[in-house]
Write a protein that binds this ligand. Structure first.
Ligand SMILES: Cc1cc2nc3c(=O)[nH]c(=O)nc-3n(C[C@H](O)[C@H](O)[C@H](O)COP(=O)(O)O)c2cc1C
Ligand code: SF4
Length: 492
């Protein structure tokens, strides 16, 4: 190219090199930029700054395009509900249930995020009385500094509760989990952006503080294995959840995953029934969720998207008669009140947002989080870059974003003719499936009856996967006459 067409080759090179944050300003329209459209980012910035967040003139969506979704409103709106909207998490086996906001900060580790980002997120959570998930990188001094409610996430690296050779250490776990600030404990099985991948924090980024927080040596790559060493079967998994709850003194304990093989999730359900050990909560992360760094194939093509995973998990728990005792959290591109209402209709009790709160911190979606050169100080361990993030300002913005989103949810709830967002149901939402055809969410995601899996269901999404799910192995049972490959395909 350079030899034959020197001018166009240079031009092409320059255009390719335009960084994403610049490209988005020149070439994106308001609604279609990715992962988050300019409009979606703008509304977070406006709500975080407490400035005008209204839009003039009318929607920019093509409301006749396939996939367009809307909420049905009522002719008789209700009076505005009184926030804060909270949900109590903690089943009958939990000694200290937690009253959580229905909108919280999703898991992001110290290591992926800078110390100032952690401070500002946790300070915002404290001001707004919502929860902040540590991510798998441990409970750091920066989480402690501001005193906001913490959900402590434990991943396959067991950071903050590991032996020198990387195994789970019950004593260290119990000691750390006893902190009053830790309100819930979450075992991470996977996340939507890179399910089953694990992760590496390169040696160069393993600072003294990160090494201390995680309990790993400095000067060595810090590895999160792709799988847990403490359990290898569904029964062992639920027993481990029960053990974590016991060791934490009875705090609500659950797990987070992006659904892969449907029969594996159903195998965990069977293990709950077999052992009578139930998690207090399950967080369903959608394929569309974010990450600090992951291979392209994983980011683009692995894991079940949120709407499918969430309805699957919700219905599975309904189907085994355990939905009342297990709360469901949801994450995956949730950043507005509409997103929250829709997730609740699909089965969530509360929602988490990672990148929404990153925007509140000032993230400009330049997508260089993996390079340690974040221009806004959110995802860097470089001290000079971290200075871009002024903690008192940004912690207020985090709290503002949460409060304004809740205010918008109050208005949506009233408009739907409801008193509480927990009342959003499948028939409150519709989706256009062709130019002349609309389906309600109830038609798109038909609900199971309570206990239906136990009685034997004919629902194609569940019937065969339920048959082949085993409480004693994540591998599907080989049942003569059932074709596992066909089941996998029909279940998506
Ligand atoms: C920078 C960054 C770091 C993350 N680190 C973790 C992590 O340590 N543990 C985890 O379970 N999820 C992690 N996630 C995923 C989020 O918690 C969440 O599941 C997902 O991003 C939800 O999508 P959202 O960003 O669209 O809200 C991370 C996401 C981002 C953007
Ligand atoms: S966190 Fe920083 S590097 Fe990552 S997208 Fe936002 S501004 Fe860019």
């Amino acid at each position: 190219m350079l030899r034959n067409y020197p001018i166009s080759a240079h031009l092409r090179f320059i255009l390719e090199k335009i960084r994403p944050e610049m490209r988005q300003y020149f070439f994106e329209d308001e609604k279609h930029g990715l992962p988050f459209s300019r409009d979606k980012r703008a509304v977070v910035y406006q709500r975080a700054k407490n400035v005008l967040d209204k839009r003039p003139f009318g929607t920019q969506y093509d409301v006749y395009a396939d996939g367009y979704e809307w909420m049905r409103h009522s002719i008789a709106p209700r009076p505005h509900a009184i926030a804060p909207f909270r949900v109590t998490i903690g089943g009958p086996d939990c000694a200290s249930p937690y009253s959580a906001s229905i909108f919280n900060i999703s898991a992001m580790s110290f290591g992926a995020l800078s110390p100032n980002a952690i401070r500002a997120l946790n300070g915002g959570a404290k001001k707004g009385e919502f929860a902040h998930d540590t991510g798998e990188g441990g409970f750091s001094p920066y989480h402690r500094e501001m005193g906001g409610d913490i959900i402590w996430e434990v991943g396959s690296g067991y950071f903050g509760c590991r032996t020198p050779d990387g195994q789970f250490c019950p004593e260290k776990f119990a000691q750390a989990a006893a902190a009053d600030q830790i309100r819930m404990v979450e075992l991470k099985l996977s996340q939507g952006a890179k399910p089953g991948h694990g992760g590496v924090l390169p040696a160069a980024k393993v600072s003294r503080e990160i090494a201390q927080t995680r309990g790993v040596p400095m000067g060595k790559d810090c590895i999160s294995p792709s799988h847990h060493s403490v359990f290898s079967t569904p029964i062992e998994l639920v027993k481990f959840i029960g053990e974590m709850r016991r060791l934490s003194g009875g705090k609500p304990t659950g797990f987070k995953l992006c659904i892969g093989h449907p029969w594996e999730f159903l195998a965990i359900c069977k293990a709950m029934l077999a052992t009578r050990i139930y998690p207090d909560f399950i967080v369903i992360d959608g394929k569309e969720g974010g990450t600090g760094a992951a291979p392209l194939e994983f980011v683009d093509h692995l894991g079940m998207p949120l709407k499918d995973g969430l309805t699957f998990a919700h219905n599975a728990l309904v189907g085994i008669g355990a939905r009342d005792r297990i709360r469901i959290g949801a994450s995956g591109k949730i950043a507005s009140a509409f997103d929250i209402a829709r997730a609740i209709a699909l089965g969530a009790d509360w929602c988490n947002s990672a990148r929404g709160f990153m925007f509140a911190l000032g993230c400009i979606q330049s997508q260089s989080c993996h390079t340690d050169r974040c221009p806004t100080g959110v995802t860097t361990q470089d001290r000079s870059r971290q200075r871009a993030l002024v903690v008192p300002d940004k912690m207020q913005r985090v709290a503002n974003f949460h409060a304004s989103t809740m205010q918008s949810l109050i208005e949506l709830t009233a408009t739907a003719g409801l008193d509480h967002p927990g009342e959003f149901a499948l028939d409150h939402f519709s989706r256009r499936v062709s130019a002349s055809e609309v389906m309600t969410f109830k038609q798109l995601y038909p609900p199971l009856e309570p206990g239906e899996l136990l009685r034997g269901t004919r629902d194609l999404r569940f019937a065969e996967a339920w048959e082949i799910a085993s409480a004693t192995s994540f591998r599907p049972l080989q049942i003569p006459g059932l074709n596992v490959r066909r089941q996998a395909l029909s279940l998506g």
